[in-house]
Write a protein that binds this ligand. Structure first.
Ligand SMILES: Nc1ncnc2c1ncn2[C@@H]1O[C@H](COP(=O)(O)OP(=O)(O)O)[C@@H](O)[C@H]1O
Ligand SMILES: O=C(CO)[C@@H](O)[C@@H](O)COP(=O)(O)O
Length: 557
């Protein structure tokens, strides 16, 4: 009798990694386990005031072992024995400097506590100046190497981060043989890779963030990078010219990792990709439907048949790449640099006195105090939501900008800042919260407008990610602001589910990932329809948001 096969999707988010065990035949989610990065939780190696966000490779390695073992412990050895594939998605662009064996420098004793030797998280914006220089050189070079990445290179991306690191840290420049993305390193680790030149690089990461394109025969040439800064001389020859989609195997589980995880060395490991891209697959993306992964940030994905996109270049997005979401289709990516992070910022602002003053109070004992602080912090967003829901869209007169972490799209500009306008003495916390929610939804609308004005029609909207599941209020506001229905994917772990679909395809259970999607999807469990009375009001408020944005952009220039 044929035994059921299982696959594991591993999804590295900004704060945590989760592993999901899935029945490869029907997509049933058997078990999940989440691991919060301990060093990251303690804010080690980060400096938010200067936009520095670094993650230690050990957070990822410990998370890999703990989350996979944790999920396997819930299902027992019979299932573990039938696991045939693992696929991994991560945030990005989240690169790290490595030696020739592909080991991140922070895993070497000399660099163990050096933030420049760690993964530079997607939301690290320390290299704004370097991104501007890349844009300037792209403009004057005979080929515009940024043209498939929306025509504007961002400080969130690979080359800007490398250049800035080399400039500020000569020791890293001396020790780094090459650079790798987080989504490329984890499959390399799992397959026991020891030579970075043999690492299979993700098409998704390379095409959207590293200026790779088939038309250029790979990456731009060494002269381009030397003209940018001689510090980059020779690096491109130690990177890659081939890239792979995630239906391709990176290899098999190494003996070491098979033992660490309690799995077989027959397990096939897929080439990695970014979270939102695999998430779009997990959320059943279809041509011209916008898949919005709404978490700390947003990633907004569209797929379209290659022949329909033709030579069209979509301006101001995070790129268009053959096969970055679904192999054989054009994947287009846009997004907002802060989404849930905007609400988290406001929550932290309100929580300051609770953390600072209550924590010092001698009126209550330590344990009660800690419990009280935790409970209050957990309740802030839900309570604000309940109060904000009762406020009419046009009532408060407050308009906010969502650029608290700069603007990813349309037209990347990470130097931009958030703003709150129209405050008076009646502007209380729920009204400001509501304005922030509306701002994040207006930011989403600018992306839809950009796709449509560039000739990419948006025929439907799919919501996934933490905020889509946690906040009906925000999803309703989004539907009202966009004036379109939003379908919410059923799975709580859409990115990990998408990774599991790739794992099943790579392991040979399906000829292509579309077939895995059809069999393994869990569909949609909610639809938010736009409220016509609000749609009209939001059209007017959106115009005000755009006006405020234009003013702030003038001020920051
Ligand atoms: N009830 C809520 N309403 C709105 N946003 C929320 C709520 N609870 C958490 N969030 C936001 O969700 C974001 C985390 O989203 P999630 O998808 O879980 O993580 P990640 O982006 O790391 O994958 C945080 O930025 C947080 O502010
Ligand atoms: O930018 C990308 C992918 O291109 C994401 O990895 C990045 O926005 C992080 O996503 P999350 O907010 O952690 O879901």
């Amino acid at each position: 009798m044929k035994s059921t096969k299982y696959v594991i999707g591993v999804d590295y988010g900004t704060d945590s990694v989760r592993s999901l065990i899935v029945n490869a035949e029907n997509g049933e989610e058997l078990a999940a386990s989440v691991f919060h990065y301990p060093r990251w939780k303690d804010n080690l190696y980060c400096d938010p005031v200067h936009n520095q966000f670094r993650q230690h490779p050990l957070d990822y390695v410990e998370g890999l072992e703990s989350s996979i073992r944790g999920a396997l412990a819930q299902v027992g050895p019979e299932v573990a024995g039938q696991v045939v594939g693992i696929a991994v998605d991560t945030t990005g662009s989240t690169p790290v400097a490595v030696d020739s064996s592909g080991t991140p420098l922070a895993l070497l004793p000399d660099f163990a506590t050096n933030p420049n030797a760690m993964f530079i998280l997607w939301k690290d914006h320390t290299s704004i100046k370097e991104a501007a220089e890349i844009n300037a050189i792209c403009e004057r070079w005979d080929i515009d190497y940024s043209k498939y990445e929306g025509g504007i290179y961002s400080s969130e991306w690979f080359w800007a981060k490398i250049l800035r690191t080399y400039r500020v840290d000569p020791a890293i420049h001396r020790a780094a043989y090459s650079w790798v993305e987080h989504c490329d390193w984890i499959p390399f680790l799992l397959t026991g890779g020891t030579d970075v030149t043999k690492m299979k690089r993700s098409r998704c990461a390379a095409g959207h963030k590293a200026l790779w394109h088939e038309d250029f025969d790979g990456l731009p040439p060494n002269e381009f990078f030397v003209a940018l800064d001689p510090l980059l001389d020779g690096l491109v020859d130690r990177l890659f010219d081939q890239t792979y989609t995630s239906d391709v195997p990176a290899g098999h589980l190494s003996e070491e990792w098979a033992e660490r995880l309690g799995l077989s060395t027959d397990v096939v490991i897929s080439v990695g990709a970014f979270d939102a891209h695999m998430g779009a697959v997990g959320g059943q993306i279809e041509p011209y439907h916008l898949s919005k992964v709404m978490g700390t940030s947003t990633c907004d994905m569209v797929v379209a048949p290659m022949q329909e996109v033709g030579d069209k270049l979509v301006r101001g997005i995070c790129g268009q790449v053959d096969g970055s979401v679904i192999p054989g289709m054009m994947g287009l990516e846009a997004g907002q640099s802060a989404f849930g992070d905007v609400y988290a910022w406001f929550k932290n602002l309100l929580a300051w006195p609770i953390r600072q003053i209550l924590a010092k109070s001698e009126l209550i004992d330590q344990e009660t105090k800690e419990q009280l602080i935790r409970e209050t912090l957990d309740r802030i967003i839900p309570e604000l939501t309940a109060a904000a829901e009762k406020i009419d869209p046009y009532e408060s007169g407050i308009i906010a900008l969502d650029w608290l972490n700069g603007r990813r799209t349309p037209d990347a500009n990470q130097a931009l800042k958030g703003a709150i306008f129209g405050l008076n003495l009646g502007s209380d916390a729920p009204r400001i919260f509501r304005a922030l929610v509306e701002a994040t939804c207006f930011g989403a609308r600018t992306i839809v407008d950009r796709f449509t004005s560039e000739g990419v029609p948006i025929k439907g909207v799919i919501g996934l990610g933490g905020v889509s599941k946690k906040s009906p209020f925000i999803m309703q506001t989004m539907a009202d602001v966009l004036g379109r229905p939003i379908r919410i994917a059923t799975s709580e772990q859409t990115c990990a589910l998408g990774a599991a679909m790739f794992a099943a395809t790579t392991a040979g259970l399906y000829p292509k990932v579309e077939d895995a999607m059809e069999q393994m999807s869990s569909g949609f469990d909610a639809t938010y329809e736009p409220n016509p009375a609000h749609v009209e009001k939001y059209d007017k408020l959106y115009a005000e948001y755009q006006q405020l944005g234009a003013t702030v952009e003038q001020l920051i220039k």
